[in-house]
Design a protein around this ligand. Sequence first.
Ligand code: HEC
Length: 112
Amino acid sequence: MLSGRLYGVGLLLGVLTFGLSVTHGANASPSQPHADIQHGKAIFLRTCGVCHGLNRQGGSEGPALKNIVSKITHAQLIAWIEKPRPPMPALYPGQLSKQSVYDVAAYVETLK
Ligand code: HEC
């Protein structure tokens, strides 16, 4: 009987601790999803490099994206990729998921 009750308490505590760690994990990452720079690089080479230059020097169509952090904010970069001004095509949400937009933005921000 007693061990059964102890087991029940242990189970309850376990569930509580698990619940707390899950909540904590959610709080640890703010509203923005975690960006994967390596994935962003792959997207850039595949999707953006044609116009912006695989060596980031600018391509035949688009300007070089070096040092974008000194020009526009992170929020502006995300907004631009989602809704660019022509002739740059809007690749979101057709070709790029929301996560891919964050990933490629994070990569572009590493270009110096
Ligand atoms: C079809 C060619 C093309 C593709 C593909 C393309 N872009 Fe562009 N992009 C352009 C052009 C052209 C401009 C300049 C538009 C303007 O300033 O009016 C531009 C501008 C930009 C700018 C603003 C640069 C600045 O100095 O203000 C960013 C940032 C950007 N592109 C990021 C991307 C990313 C990231 C991708 C891939 C997801 C991408 N582009 C794909 C053609 C392209």
